[in-house]
Unconditional design. Structure first.
Length: 579
């Protein structure tokens, strides 16, 4: 690097001499020209030092070298002039590849690769072709308005064909600067529009500088075929210099931003210490500058990944849309980061953040494992409740279609037997009448039992009708209120059982004189409140209320019991539903 730096400084000084002495360029134009070359040299050295695996550093060094060698074309020496002009356009091709290929230096898009092929072909072939037909006695490359300027010859010139020279030279300016410049700007804009938010923030300064270079190229193609005033030439020169130096400055700012991001890793450690395990993805995403980042945790028991809530997580296929970075501790998987692929171009930042977050991620993994176990318990509880509901439905059907029907038929037979005896045997008639009354009581009790299991009116008419039926069959005065609209079947069943259990407690244990059942739909939640004026002191951990709480929790809801001694009882159930 020292030798490269020394060589660059020497070439810059030599170029400055040729610009001011041989070409007659004023010092206030020559100094910025050499300074820009040295800026690319510094940016290339830093980029190569920070990212030796990337092509950006070598490409920037190639830009700097080509710009410095390009100054040799202003020499009066034929050999130096030929070398400088032949390689002078290499800087433009290398600079275009830096902009289109950043941060890896590899141009990946199909259109971008084709454009780069054209740019490299123009940069390497056209200048040499111009030199083959160049004749200094008839043709001119620069400073053509100075009649006293000595124009060096081209040692590789085969024929001095001015017409061919003019066609090649104008084609180089119009096609190379104009058409290619427009295509270059269009591809940069396309890349910005299709980039992810993280990539767009990272690439915007560089790509905006690239757009400036492309527009400057287009303007030079336009003004190269027209006469411009001295003021216009100065303005064009100033724009050209500003656009060129913007690229290495944008690159250096990008490298500085990565350095600062790694410096904030200590802040990440402190933030993670105060972050709940289920929210750990937030600080990691902010530290990496990728709001789309997701964290998934390895579950050894199920040999798969889950999210922070314990739900199964399917990893995406690595590709241009998403990248996956695994994290492990002592050879055991801990978690994966699913993030923007652009972060793979910043391995030091990614490694620093992963190392800082590993312990917190391990704790979060244990939290996710606990959540996964709780999720399995909830799912198991829900299956148990569903199975119990299904069994209740089966019992209801069996009671209705089996024993209840047979008892009704037996009661009818006994009633017919009673009537057939007439007045012949009063004792027997009395026994038959008592048997019929007992059978009717048994049928009523079976019907109430069947309704208590799962009332048919709830399925047929909804919660409001079921509450009214429940109120009519209760010895106490019961005031009811429920939504008129139908709700999902499991929600209505759960609400009905809340009302039944709370009402049964009020009737059997609370010595209540009145009960109120109120069901209100608030957003996507059904609130069922049963209030009585009884003696209070209900045990929330009793078998009835505990089973009711289990049923609600299995549905994702909650149960509150407020029952101070002597102050009545208030049972409130919260049932999530899709209204």
């Amino acid at each position: 690097m020292i030798a490269l730096s020394a060589g660059g400084v020497a070439l810059g000084l030599i170029g400055y001499h040729f610009l001011t002495e041989d070409d007659g360029t004023p010092w206030w134009e020559a100094v910025p020209s050499v300074a820009i070359s040295w800026t690319f040299l510094v940016a290339g050295l830093i980029a190569f030092w920070r990212r030796p695996a990337s092509r950006v550093g070598p490409l920037l060094l190639l830009v700097a070298l080509a710009l410095l060698v390009r100054k040799l074309q202003y020499s009066g020496n034929s050999t130096l002039f030929t070398v400088g002009f032949a390689v002078g356009w290499v800087y433009a091709a290398a600079l275009a590849q830096v902009v289109l290929g950043y941060p890896s230096g590899h141009v990946r898009g199909r259109l971008e690769r084709r454009l780069m092929g054209v740019i490299w072909a123009v940069a390497l072939v056209v200048p040499f072709a111009v030199l083959l037909v160049y004749d200094p006695r008839h043709s001119c490359l620069f400073n053509c308005s100075d009649p006293n300027r000595v124009r060096p010859e081209s040692p590789v010139s085969l024929t001095g064909n001015h017409a061919v020279f003019t066609a090649l030279h104008d084609g180089q300016l119009i096609g190379g600067y104009g058409v290619i410049g427009i295509a270059f700007v269009a591809l940069i804009v396309r890349r910005l529009l299709h980039a992810s938010p993280h990539t767009r923030r990272k690439l915007t300064p560089l790509l905006v500088a690239g757009i400036a270079v492309g527009l400057r190229s287009v303007s030079e193609a336009v003004f190269s075929v027209e006469s411009v005033s001295a003021a216009g030439g100065l303005a064009l020169f100033s724009v050209e210099q500003a656009a060129q130096i913007a690229v290495p400055i944008a690159l250096l700012l990008g490298l500085l931003g990565e350095r600062l991001a790694r410096a904030h890793v200590a802040d990440l450690v402190r933030e993670l210490q105060a972050t709940p395990p289920g929210e750990i993805a937030g600080p990691v995403a902010r530290a990496l500058g990728d709001p789309t980042l997701h964290v998934a945790f390895w579950m050894p028991a199920r040999r798969g990944y889950v999210d922070a809530q314990g739900r199964p997580y399917d990893l995406p296929e690595p590709g241009p849309a998403r990248a996956v970075t695994p994290l492990s501790h002592e050879g055991e998987p801990v978690a994966v980061l699913v993030h923007d692929p652009a972060l793979l171009e910043e391995p030091k930042l990614l490694d620093s953040v992963c190392a800082a977050a590993l312990m917190s991620l391990e704790n979060a993994r244990l939290h996710a494992e606990l959540q996964a176990q709780l999720l399995k318990v909830r799912e198991s509880r829900a299956r148990i409740v569903a199975a119990a509901d299904e069994e209740r439905g089966r019992i209801e059907r069996d009671l209705h279609d089996g024993a209840q029907q047979r008892l009704v038929a037996l009661a009818l037979d006994l009633r017919l037997a009673e009537r057939s005896l007439g007045t012949a045997d009063p004792g027997t008639r009395s026994v038959l009448a008592a048997a019929v009354d007992s059978l009717q009581s048994a049928v009523t009790e079976l019907r109430e039992l069947a309704h208590g299991v799962y009332p048919a009116i709830l399925t047929q008419s909804g919660l409001a009708a079921a509450f009214d039926d429940l109120s009519a069959r209760t010895a106490l005065p019961v005031a009811t209120h429920a939504p008129a609209k139908r709700l999902p079947e499991d929600v209505e069943a759960t609400a009905y059982f809340v009302a039944c259990e709370a009402l049964a407690n009020a009737v059997k244990h609370a010595d209540a004189t009145g009960v109120t059942i109120d069901a209100v739909l608030e957003g996507n939640t059904l609130l069922v409140t049963v209030t009585d004026d009884g003696s209070g002191g209900a045990d929330a951990e009793g078998s009835g209320l505990r089973g009711l709480a289990d049923r609600l929790e299995a549905r994702g809801g909650r149960l509150w019991v407020d029952s101070p001694p002597g102050g009545g009882t208030r049972v409130r159930g919260e049932i999530p539903c899709a209204s």
